[in-house]
Design a protein around this ligand. Sequence first.
Ligand SMILES: *Cc1c(COP(=O)(O)O)cnc(C)c1O
Length: 229
Amino acid sequence: MSITDNIRALKKETDGIGVTLLAVSKTKPNEDILEAYNAGQRLFGENTVQELTEKYEALPKDIEWHLIGHLQTNKVKYIASFISMIESVDSIKLLQEINKHALKHKRVIDCLLQIYIADEETKYGLGFDEAIELLRSEEFAALTNVRIRGLMGIATNTDAERQIKEEYYELKTFFDGVKVSFFRKEDSFNIVSMGMSSDYKLAIEQGSNLVRLGSTIFGSRVIKHWKNN
Ligand SMILES: *Cc1c(COP(=O)(O)O)cnc(C)c1O
């Protein structure tokens, strides 16, 4: 199946049920991204600032870019002018830095809090308690130019469906609690980003409304240590 076929098939699968398709284009060449673009896809995800800025420069400006990989505070400045969502916010420090650069560009940057749900030694993501602490903090209350749109999580890299299901279930349950406690009046807090190529159907069953798909669309990547990055 071509990239075009894959996009069409996935759109058919997700459109009718209120699930947004993020095409994860990391390591893929611009021509592949353009094929997806020409099939109607406008939402793309990258996991490094370097690759993201290069692709942003080269590709059509009506593409919406999500950053899905770990972001160092000193790199926020390179993406602040154009990024449409940062899905990988994992500290108040980072959020403060995003806020600072958003202010400079007179914009509000949409963010997701990345929540650590995997049973793995992955380095990134807030624990449930840490996320609550962040949302309760005065530092967070002072931020004017970031908007938390929801939560993102990466499940354990395993074949054990039941474990993946449980991790996604926990994240969705946590999302519902955070919504009630902190964002009851904010309709914009409405994104549950969970699910990758290997597990997106399970994730949708558990309440995901944004799936991040790379290899299902573009074919497998050259093996590197991608994991959480
Ligand atoms: C690479 C990546 C994906 C997509 O992975 P596939 O298995 O190719 O679908 C999704 N989310 C994150 C955070 C990633 O780094």
